[in-house]
Write a protein that binds this ligand. Sequence first.
Ligand code: NDP
Length: 451
Amino acid sequence: MNEQARQYVEEFMSRLIARNPGEPEFHQAVREVAESLAPHIVASPVLLKMKILERIAEPERIVIFRVPWLNDRGEIEINRGYRVQMNSAIGPYKGGIRFHPSVNLSILKFLAFEQTFKNSLTTLPMGGAKGGSDFDPKGKSDNEVMKFCQSFMTELQRHIGQDTDVPAGDIGVGGREIGFLFGQYKRLRDEFSGTLTGKGRDWGGSPLRPEATGYGTCYFAEEMLATRGESLRGKRVCISGSGNVAQYACQKASQLGARVVTLSDSSGFIHDPEGIDAAKLDYVMELKNIYRGRIREYADRYPSATYHPGQRPWGIACDVAMPCATQNELNGDEAQTLVDNGCRCVVEGANMPSTPEAIRIFQQHRLLYAPGKAANAGGVATSGLEMTQNSMRLTWTPEEVDERLHAIMRNIHEVCVRYGTQEDGYVNYVAGANIGGFMKVANAMLAQGCV
Ligand code: NDP
């Protein structure tokens, strides 16, 4: 980066931090994008004059609301609900809903900001958004989750719609929660529309939407490895998380011939050197999705596995690492350990799981490293395909959806290579994804004027 670009980033970031104090995740996500884009922006008088980056980093609208509900003991509980509608330049707002006690404005603004670029990369017409609540579904009965979802949607329904804003799932929001949210939306608005994605297969959901983020991450890994004449076949893979993304990343990686040796949750990780095969993954899915149990129970069931409480899986030797749990779950020390243990490829199923220091280490050692906004875009892409199917009132076959998902991931990879290949031939997927995602949004904003 030249001096002019560096100065632009520092001035831009100091204004952003002053306007958005106490929001470290948001600052982190914006800085990464600003650093990738700065050389292009300072070279473009029109981008500078029209303040495109300044506008992209300012949410178009944020809604914050009270969510009161009655628990099973008849007591009133109060949570806070949010929807950050970041950018609608290329389509209706689109992005998941997260229910987790850590949810706050900083996290949702970082996620909505990243979503804008990710959605652009899919080539589908979707703007960027994110929402959620500090509600914790863990330990709650189905009845309590339903009561909460109904109260949350009673307010949210005023701000969303199939042509306005189309939410989906994220951490803590899976098929059960989408069902309750959709039921209340339909009841209040008296319409059966594609306003939420991730719906059940019998009521408007797309085939393969549950699988799409994890599958897409593996398809992206295959594309990356192919640039070095390799594939997932025979590779040892460390996956973090054991939720939606982790489960289907594990399934597809195994189907492609890899041996997945770890899974985790926020309490610890399991290491199974023999590999988590299809039968073991069936057990994990039942444990997590039906009984809502903990990953520790895997090691009780399978003697080949060990459980490591309070730890993350990055100390286990692997060829490919797939962080699929949450933001900032892989720091600089852990990145160095992965490198020292021979890891050659890091592909993010989660959003911003690697800290800036970890990314620096991966790139310095010339690892194949792909950020979530490129590698996990298969989830929102398939949500986009669900919106299309809902509008046409028909359902494609799983094979058709898989083919489209595969094509979208290949295309995102091509865009990253096009914009991210350095003079020495190394592909900087961070720069590639940021520049590739930015171009379309910036051009749309330029065309639409000062709005
Ligand atoms: P789930 O709620 O299904 O699973 C989340 C998993 O991550 C759980 O195993 C959970 O463990 C673990 N986890 C959550 N918070 C933490 C934490 N603070 N520390 C350690 N582990 C944690 O969510 P998803 O699988 O849907 O989402 C995972 C990631 O993928 C997120 O970053 C999300 O934004 C991203 N993503 C998801 C998409 C989707 O389609 N679902 C699309 C694109 C990205 P525990 O049970 O202990 O909380």
